[in-house]
Design a protein around this ligand. Structure first.
Ligand code: SF4
Ligand code: SF4
Length: 301
């Protein structure tokens, strides 16, 4: 199965995705059903990216911590060179098949990832440079081994999405998609992300149990002013924690402040930022003075 997950810059060249974008009203001819002769062919050669909500569903399904799930069932990859990371399903040892594939089908079917639900449709999420909201369009993936395209059933992409239950998955991954698109479209203008911000993005998006520990740490509550009721929700719901995480990343990475901070910590941070700026200015002026000295010395010679 090919990774059908969203991208603003999906490489069509050489890809099985038909490069024709459509909206949800587009009719497709497709049906996947037990007994079809290509049964499980799509899950025998996987390239499946996971959304944060996919992680939440799978960890709950398998009763694992996010750390255990990441270790056993995923591999990290770069969503952009040197930039933010994504995670994909890890295939079986020395093979290409999905670890969840069983002769009778998907063993995590009710909690299967977004890309598996969408297949053979690809969701393409795009965002204009000056807009914050993303828009979705779709393309059809036609792989030779998939005989579902020959089945005599036609339905719209929207009907297919409803049948596959993707609306909830899309809605809950929206904040994550926006973060990625915003990061990609801001490009090098905001500079190379620091190692710490990349680690933070990874923890918040893919390792919710570690993020929860971070949220209940003393350092976090010294800085952020979360009402007890909201904190309670984050402690008990992976989904609430994930949604809070997207807000947290928007605040930390892009300065979109929606989480209240304690006044004294804000003042402290401002003071530290001022000191840092002053230090940078001093270093720059010392450098300029040294360069002027060098120039003067070489003219003397
Ligand atoms: S999670 Fe299920 S549907 Fe998705 S690739 Fe694995 S076996 Fe197939
Ligand atoms: S019809 Fe396509 S999606 Fe269904 S089992 Fe065959 S290859 Fe997989």
């Amino acid at each position: 199965m090919t990774d059908t997950y969203m991208a603003a810059d999906l490489p069509f060249s050489g890809s099985p995705v038909v490069p024709e974008m459509s909206d949800g009203n587009k009719k497709i001819q497709f049906q996947c059903k037990k007994g079809i002769s290509c049964w499980n062919a799509c899950c025998s050669n996987i390239d499946i990216s996971l959304t944060p909500y996919d992680i939440v569903r799978l960890k709950q399904r398998l009763d694992l911590t996010s750390g255990e799930l990441l270790k056993q069932y995923t591999v990290p990859y770069e969503l952009e060179p040197g930039g933010i990371a994504g995670v994909k399903l890890r295939p079986v040892e020395n093979g290409t098949a999905c670890q969840f594939m069983k002769p009778e089908g998907c063993s995590v079917y009710e909690d299967r990832p977004t890309a598996c639900r969408y297949y053979p449709v690809a969701l393409l999420s795009m965002r204009k440079q000056d807009e914050y909201t993303d828009t979705s369009s779709y393309a059809l993936v036609k792989e030779e081994h998939c005989l579902g395209h020959q089945e005599p059933r036609s339905l719209t992409i929207d009907e297919y999405r409803t049948e596959q239950g993707v609306a909830e998955y899309d809605e809950l991954a929206r904040g994550w998609r926006q973060l990625i698109l915003k990061k990609k479209s801001s490009g090098p203008s905001i500079g190379k992300p620091t190692k710490r911000s990349l680690q933070l993005f990874f923890m918040v998006c893919y390792d919710p149990d570690r993020f929860r520990e971070f949220v209940i740490s003393e350092g976090f509550s010294e800085l952020y002013d979360l009402p007890a009721e909201e904190m309670g929700k984050l402690l008990h719901s992976d989904t609430e924690l994930m949604l809070f995480g997207f807000r947290f990343l928007k605040q930390v990475l892009f300065g979109e402040n929606t989480i209240a901070m304690h006044a004294e910590s804000t003042a402290r941070r401002l003071e530290l930022a001022k000191q840092k700026l002053k230090q940078l200015e001093n270093e720059a002026s010392e450098k300029r003075a040294a360069e002027a000295d060098d120039m003067y010395d070489s003219e003397e010679d």
